[in-house]
Structures are given as structure tokens and as C-alpha cells.
Design a binder for this molecule. Structure first.
Ligand SMILES: *[C@@H]1O[C@H](CO)[C@@H](O)[C@H](O)[C@H]1NC(C)=O
Ligand SMILES: *[C@@H]1O[C@H](CO)[C@@H](O)[C@H](O)[C@H]1NC(C)=O
Ligand SMILES: *[C@@H]1O[C@H](CO)[C@@H](O)[C@H](O)[C@H]1NC(C)=O
Ligand SMILES: [Ca+2]
Length: 461
């Protein structure tokens, strides 16, 4: 199954639209990996950064509950309405489809009412905590593009932690804490995402916004991806160029929105009052009707298509890259180190394609490399700041990072990050090179990076 529209249609559209206007209608969509352009040598492929479309990722996840037998209905049990302890005529019975509440019902498509939902057993073992882990696994790195939204059928829990993993569930980090009383539950001061800024956007907060028990009419909990994007792209997410620029240059920021798994840790059900009513423990349980997770396969800007096959997501890699995330160069295309594509320069980005290995073409690389005297550089300047690395600062236009102190640029390029055309510097560029020339780096976009990097150290992730 294809997550994206058909590639050739994109290619056609971009070719057509690029004839009519200098830029695509919408900036920074990155929805084509290559397009044919006309140069002096005839038709050639022009490669650019590309990514799959953002989509509903709940179709591709596996869900696991801990403890495994926590779903209600085995044995059948009755439960009460939260607001009215004397309304206890509801029944959960796992063996009767109409009365069962299995985990799948958190991800089904449903009409407005009645909602379908997963439900836990009730808190009959009070005061032993009633805790449930709901783990969502993709077995693939995905990049979140919209708020995670959890809709409760019961009251929203008094205490809950949203966690994420970036390594297929081996290690976990908190994403956000939710509590009726953050100080009491987690020894954290309550905060809202709106209290954060560009410089504190990666801070892990505890919020009380969504835990005010069953009395409020809303049953929804958010993890606010869009509010965090808005610190860079503006309140209406109009300036996506700025966001993409920051994501491109700051690995920590990119990783913050990247997950392989999510875990919802339900720690204490909604009580709605100060004390637990021990005579009516069948009032207390968790029930979730819907979980929304929007994102895209992470393909390192080397693919627009992500295939779901054998219950597994895999990028369909272009640019002669390979691997589930297009994370390495194909065999015989290792002429320079692999590098992710880059969102910069806006709007087409840089493909950073893999190039044929030296041995496979039988010639030394065409690049005119100048090897510096490494020992003198390193000894005389041990504390020199990185000029480039493979995480934050990418050499552009096919340049490679040498010992973090300089980019080795292909012959046609110059500049600290190989962002400039050499001919441009000497004023000798051909008059028709405009359309075919690979895009140049934008120094204006690189500037805010310094500001963000300066604060990256003490952040929580
Ligand atoms: C839930 O997961 C956490 C680790 O993230 C673990 O410490 C805890 O024991 C688990 N709880 C349950 C009820 O399985
Ligand atoms: C990748 O390799 C193929 C040949 O196997 C070549 O035709 C194609 O142009 C290459 N693509 C890129 C992006 O270098
Ligand atoms: C490199 O620099 C070191 C220290 O300045 C010097 O001793 C050495 O001879 C240089 N090597 C070359 C190949 O220039
Ligand atoms: Ca549902």
C-alpha cells in the first residue's frame, strides 16, 4: 500500500509548475525526489530532498497492554457511571461482542455515537494502584506532524505519563506528564506548552490542563506538536521554511518529534473527588475511545513513498540510498559518506545523493579535494568549534565533512559549507545556468541555528 500519491504525477506537476513560476505554489512540500530539467547537455535528472506525506499512523501500529489481562470482561463485571455511583447497570463481557471492549476499539473508525472504546477492569483492588501501560509500536522510526490526541470515554486520569522510545522500545523517555496536581503527583511545577519558547521547546513538562476530572465536558488529552512547531513557524504555521530550517540544522529538535514507539502510562484513574469512594469501586476504571497519531515515515529526505507490507513499514528509497530509513548508501554507491537530505535551501532542499564508489567506476573521484595538514590543525587548535559534523552542520552540495574542521567541497563549490557556486564568486557563471544550477545555501536561514545551539546544552532530551 502506498502512503503517497504516485511519483510520476508529482514529477509532471513540478515540471509544469516550474515552467510557469519560479517556485512551486506551496513552499517546502518536498514531495518529489527528482525531476527532469533541460540543460546544455540535454535532459538530465535534478535530485532534491523528499519525504512521504503525513498520514494517520494508527493504521500501522501494534498495541500491547500491560498487565496483559487488564481489559474488562473476563470474567464479566458490572461497572458504574462515574458521576452517579448508583447507576451500576453497565456490563463488560469479553465473550459477548456487543459488551466487549478490546484494545482495537481505540483505533477503529466510528460514527459520532455511540462511541466504541477500550475499557479496563475496575479498581476493585483499591488501595493497590490501578495502573495500565498502553504501548504503541511501529517497528519503524516515524516523525510526528500533528498533535497526539487521546479521547477518554471515562473521566481523564488523575495521573498519566506519555512516554516515547526512539530505539524500538529498548529505552524510554518521558514526553509529557499529566496530573490533576503536578506537584503532588510528580514533584513538578505545572506548566502549559504556552509557557515554553523557542529556547525551551524541548523541555518535558507536567500539565494540569487535561486532568480536571469528569466534571469538565471535554474528554480529550493532547500532546501538543503543533504548538511546539509554532515557536518556529508562527501561530498559523505559515512560516514552515523557518521550521524546516531549524529541523534541518538541529538534530535534537528533529529527534524530539521522532519516535518508534509511544507508551501511555495510566497511573491513577479519574476520581473526581478528593477521596476514593471505597463502597463503589466499580466507578473507577479507564476507558479510551480514540487515539490519534499523525506522522510520516522517517526516510531521511530520501523517499516519498513508504510501503506497508507484511505488517511492516519501509521507505522506498531513492537517491541510491537503502535501508528501512534510507539510512545508508547502496552497495557500489559509497563514493562518499551517506548523509541525510537537507531541507535547505528552501524550497527544494538538497538531495545529498549517494554517488558511485570509486572502484565501481574505475577512476579516482572527480572532486578536487584539498587535504589539509590535519595534525597541525588539530594540535594547534584543540578547542576549535566544529565547522561541520554529521549531526548538526551538514556540508552542502555534496561536500564532505573532514574532521569537523572543514567541508571538502566538490570542485564547482566553495564557502564554509560548500554553499556557494565557485563560478559565482569569480563572476564567470554561464548566463543559462540559472535553471539547472543546484540550489545554493541560504545564509539567512543558518543564522538562527547559532542562537538555538547556544541553548541546546541544558535541555532535557
Ligand atoms: C509500565 O512501564 C514502565 C516502564 O516504562 C514500568 O516501569 C512499569 O512497571 C509498567 N507498568 C505496568 C503496569 O506494567
Ligand atoms: C542511482 O543509480 C542508478 C543506476 O543504478 C542511476 O541510473 C541513477 O541516476 C542514480 N541515482 C542517483 C540519484 O544518483
Ligand atoms: C604538518 O604539520 C606538522 C606540525 O605543524 C609538521 O610537523 C608536519 O611536517 C606537517 N606535515 C606536512 C605533510 O606538511
Ligand atoms: Ca473507538
Amino acid at each position: 500500500m502506498y502512503l503517497s500519491r504516485f511519483l510520476s504525477i508529482h514529477a509532471l506537476w513540478v515540471t509544469v509548475s516550474s515552467v510557469m513560476q519560479p517556485y512551486p505554489l506551496v513552499w517546502g512540500h518536498y514531495d518529489v525526489c527528482k525531476t527532469q530539467i533541460y540543460t546544455e547537455e540535454g535532459k538530465v535528472w535534478d535530485y532534491m530532498a523528499c519525504q512521504p506525506e503525513s498520514t494517520d499512523m494508527t493504521k500501522y501500529l501494534k498495541v500491547k497492554l500491560d498487565p496483559p489481562d487488564i481489559t474488562c470482561g473476563d470474567p464479566p463485571e458490572t461497572f458504574c457511571a462515574m458521576g452517579n455511583p448508583y447507576m451500576c447497570n453497565n456490563e463488560c463481557d469479553a465473550s459477548t461482542p456487543e459488551l466487549a471492549h478490546p484494545p482495537e476499539l481505540m483505533f477503529d473508525f466510528e460514527g459520532r455515537h455511540p462511541s466504541t472504546f477500550w475499557q479496563s477492569a475496575t479498581w476493585k483492588e483499591y488501595p493497590k494502584p490501578l495502573q495500565v501501560n498502553i504501548t504503541l509500536s511501529w517497528s519503524k522510526t516515524i516523525e510526528l506532524t500533528d498533535n497526539i490526541v487521546i479521547t477518554f470515554e471515562s473521566g481523564r486520569p488523575d495521573q498519566m505519563i506519555l512516554e516515547k522510545s526512539l530505539d524500538y522500545g529498548r529505552t524510554w523517555q518521558p514526553y509529557q506528564y499529566y496530573a490533576t496536581d503536578c506537584l503532588d503527583a510528580f514533584h513538578m511545577d505545572p506548566k502549559s506548552v504556552k509557557d515554553l519558547s523557542q529556547h525551551t521547546v524541548l523541555e518535558i513538562i507536567c500539565t494540569e490542563e487535561y486532568s480536571t476530572g469528569y466534571m469538565t465536558n471535554s474528554k480529550i488529552i493532547h500532546f501538543e506538536i503543533k504548538d511546539r512547531f509554532a515557536f518556529f513557524a508562527g501561530p498559523w504555521l505559515r512560516n514552515m521554511a523557518s521550521l524546516y530550517g531549524q529541523l534541518d540544522t538541529t538534530k535534537k529538535l528533529r529527534d524530539f518529534f521522532t519516535v518508534t514507539d509511544l507508551r501511555i502510562r495510566l497511573l491513577r484513574p479519574a476520581v473526581g473527588e478528593i477521596f476514593v469512594d471505597e463502597l463503589h469501586l466499580a466507578r473507577y476504571f479507564y476507558a479510551i475511545s480514540d487515539i490519534k497519531v499523525h506522522g510520516r515515515c522517517k526516510c531521511n529526505l530520501h523517499a516519498t513513498v513508504c510501503v506497508y507490507d507484511n505488517s511492516k513499514l519501509t521507505c522506498e528509497c531513492e537517491h541510491n540510498t537503502t535501508g528501512p530509513d534510507c539510512g545508508k548508501c547502496k552497495k557500489n554507491y559509497q563514493g562518499r559518506p551517506w548523509s541525510p537530505g537537507s531541507y535547505l535551501p528552501i524550497p527544494k532542499g538538497t538531495a545529498n545523493t549517494c554517488i558511485p564508489s570509486i572502484s565501481s567506476i574505475g577512476n579516482p573521484p572527480k572532486f578536487n579535494r584539498i587535504w589539509p595538514n590535519i595534525s597541525s590543525l588539530e594540535v594547534s587548535n584543540p578547542k576549535q568549534a566544529n565547522v561541520c559534523d554529521n549531526e548538526l552542520l551538514h556540508c552542502q552540495n555534496g561536500g564532505t565533512c573532514h574532521n569537523n574542521v572543514r567541508c571538502l567541497c566538490p570542485a564547482a563549490y566553495t564557502g564554509i559549507l560548500c554553499e556557494k557556486l565557485r563560478c559565482e564568486e569569480s563572476g564567470s557563471c554561464g548566463s543559462d545556468s540559472g535553471q539547472g544550477a543546484p540550489s545554493r545555501g541560504s545564509p539567512a536561514l543558518l543564522l538562527p541555528l547559532a542562537a538555538l545551539l547556544g541553548t541546546a546544552g541544558p535541555l532535557a532530551i
